[in-house]
Design a protein around this ligand. Sequence first.
Ligand SMILES: Nc1ncnc2c1ncn2[C@@H]1O[C@H](COP(=O)(O)OP(=O)(O)OP(=O)(O)O)[C@@H](O)[C@H]1O
Ligand SMILES: [Mg+2]
Length: 236
Amino acid sequence: MKRILAKDIDETKAMYLVFGNPGTGKTTTAQYLPGKTLLVAIDGSDRVLKNQPDIDVVELDKEDIADIVNQFEIILNTIESEYLKTYNNIAFDNLSHLQDIVLSQLSLMNKDQRKAWGDMQNLIKKWIGRIRSWNMTIYATAWETAETFENADGSSSTYYDVLMNAKVRASVKGLFDVVGQTFIYQDEHIIRLTPNGQSQVKNQVDNRVYCLTKDLFNGKEWTPQLKNKETKGDNN
Ligand SMILES: Nc1ncnc2c1ncn2[C@@H]1O[C@H](COP(=O)(O)OP(=O)(O)OP(=O)(O)O)[C@@H](O)[C@H]1O
Ligand SMILES: [Mg+2]
């Protein structure tokens, strides 16, 4: 434990979590982190980072996945002992898949499935808490879930959130400074950073509503341009 003055809080080392549907650019966004990044490729979707000079990747093989509970502890231990000093950022891609494979292993190990769920929740929360204690720039990804609820008047509302077990999700999101949602709009890869009543995002770092995925870490905002208007102009 150490006590510091509020003015000395280091706001440059934030924790970013982005969730989004497959193909929206979550993994690619890791290449825009300034400095050197170590990326733990949990879901194996790291091909898009090939030849990126500032990214090194920890890939998991079949045996690692089958024993993910122990292997992830080993990865965290190794990062702590060897890599926190040599990298500027650590990335985890992605947490939804991490939850799935941890639960698969624990389900096989436990007759009591409720215990498997409880153990999975505790492990993921413990790991993310440990990652937070590193005081590093952390970038993590997750898939998106869309949940639709019927309103009293018969209409329905859809909410978009991180695809994780609800109890884990609340604790995990609480530990991140930014939770954004990736999507593609008019061929651009965008991140929503401010809640709009449907997307369960948060932004404790700045006031941006949207950014391009390439600008997540540099503070630049993106505002929707009326492309149709331009097209119309071209035609006239
Ligand atoms: N900013 C960008 N501009 C242009 N193309 C991009 C951009 N970001 C990602 N892409 C392209 O979109 C495709 C999907 O990107 P990526 O693999 O990063 O998505 P993902 O969200 O990680 O998907 P998955 O959930 O399936 O792993 C890739 O072909 C990638 O090259
Ligand atoms: Mg990916």
